[in-house]
Design a protein around this ligand. Structure first.
Ligand code: XLS
Ligand code: NI
Ligand code: NI
Length: 437
């Protein structure tokens, strides 16, 4: 069988001293962190769209990425060959999972019927390769934004036929996800949003989006698919106002529409920063609502205001992410999906390895650092101590709901003035984190 990355052998863990660029320095799949192997804790996933369909095109110029195996066509034959490329890459990398949109893996046909058939053809090969390699599907999703028919959105389009088309596509994508043993199914907003309220009935659009998710869930149930549904927040791009703005907005949508317990969140770093939040903030919001399902691991560029989807290399960022993930004991059926692309100057196939190795090492390092911080307990103790006034006395009554406003007034009239405030030690906590890096 043809080999597409002949210059790369399977990537091994060689430890922090290694000078080998094609080796892991920190990601050691069998190493145990807080009772889980790194493999199980991090559940790394390669995304099909950026890694195997990215061309390096940008608004100012054509694609740059050299992919000798790709004939540039959208034929089924080319798509079949790409499956071999993908599984060779993922096997050599040692990634346990991958993700796709329907149209990444299989070409859109001239009709919906033909698109379904193409998808079935490719899915059969994906299944065979999954069986051969043991690589699993983390999640599937449907591309409801590239084709011109989705110009006004999909589930939130003003055109009911578009809603129906999107439903047909998602129905099929859920079925294929199920067939391939996928552990989750993702809804990212795509064009679900608007540019201008003068021509938009927001109420109807939001109701339609909720209806769509319920229909998707009903169908999943009817075929026995029990994977987790995930909603992926993003504040803008492609529309000015996305209905899935950030974690809090998505949670409000979920709660308001009876989707609690049905839909969790897939949190992406670059989307968090576009929303004016940190990734840690978004993760913590999701976690405290019991809705932190999975993450799209990438990073933006602080000097660029769009979704650059770069590979994560920032160890502070990874540490913050892992502090939250370890707090909830990992990601459950979710994973760490590299929704990230090599930049157009990095055009060699081997750059795909450098990018993923760097991202995996970055997260492994973040996990080790976060675990060390947690093991020492200094940070946790500080936080716990900061709120100790709620552990007994009047604070405990506030928390257990036995103190009324009248009780609190009586308490304060009697006491006269508050117990003195204490320093928040902002600089000290920041210095403390630095000690572990
Ligand atoms: C785009 C999104 C997309 C989703 C899957 O910005 O991140 O790639 O992850 O539809
Ligand atoms: Ni994403
Ligand atoms: Ni993105």
């Amino acid at each position: 069988m043809a080999e597409y990355f002949p210059e790369v052998q399977s990537i091994q863990y060689e430890g922090p001293q290694s000078k080998n660029a094609l080796a892991f320095k920190h990601y050691n799949p069998d190493e145990v962190i807080e009772g889980q192997t790194m493999r199980d804790l991090l559940r790394f996933s390669v995304c099909y769209w950026h890694t195997f369909r990215g061309t390096g095109v940008d608004p100012f110029g054509a694609g740059t990425l050299v992919r000798p195996w790709d004939d540039g066509s959208n034929s089924v034959e080319n798509a079949l060959k790409r499956v071999d490329v993908a599984f060779e890459f993922m096997s050599k990398l040692g990634a346990p999972f991958y993700c796709w949109h329907d149209r990444d893996v299989a070409p859109e046909g001239a009709t919906l019927r033909e698109s379904h058939a193409n998808f079935d053809t490719i899915a059969a090969k994906l299944k065979e390769k999954q069986g051969e390699t043991g690589i699993k599907l983390l999640w599937g999703t449907a591309n409801l934004f590239s084709h011109p028919r989705f110009m006004h959105g999909a589930a939130t389009s003003c055109n009911a036929d578009v809603f129906a088309y999107a439903a047909a596509q998602v129905k099929k994508a859920i079925e294929v996800t199920y067939e391939l043993g996928g552990e989750n199914y993702v809804f990212w907003g795509g064009r679900e949003g608007y540019h201008n309220l003068y021509n938009t009935d927001m109420q109807r659009e939001l109701d339609h989006l909720a209806r769509f998710m319920h229909l998707a869930h009903d169908h999943a149930k009817s075929i026995g698919f029990t994977g987790q549904f995930l909603f992926e927040p993003k504040p803008k791009e492609p529309t000015k106002h996305q209905y899935d703005f950030d974690a809090a907005t998505c949670l409000n949508f979920i709660g308001r529409n009876g989707l609690d317990g049905i839909v969790k969140l897939n949190i992406e770093t670059n989307h968090a920063t576009l929303a004016g939040h940190t990734m840690m903030h978004e993760l913590e919001i999701a976690r405290i609502h019991n809705a932190l399902g999975s993450i799209d691991a990438n990073t933006g560029d602080l000097l660029l205001g769009w979704d650059t989807d770069q590979f994560p290399t920032d160890i502070y960022l990874a540490t913050q992410i892992m502090l939250v993930l370890l707090k909830q004991g990992g990601l459950g059926s979710g994973g760490t999906n590299f929704d990230a692309k090599v930049r157009r100057e990095s055009f060699d196939p081997v750059d795909l390895f450098h990018a993923h190795i760097g991202g995996m090492d970055c997260f492994a390092r973040g996990a080790k650092i976060a675990a060390a911080i947690r093991a020492d307990g200094v940070l946790d103790d500080f936080v716990k101590n900061r709120y100790r006034s709620y552990d007994s006395g009047i604070g405990a009554k506030i928390e257990d709901g036995t103190a009324s406003f009248a009780d609190l007034e009586a308490y304060m009239l009697e006491k006269g003035e508050i117990s003195p405030n204490e320093s928040g030690r902002q600089e000290w906590v920041e210095n403390l984190i630095n000690q572990y890096l």
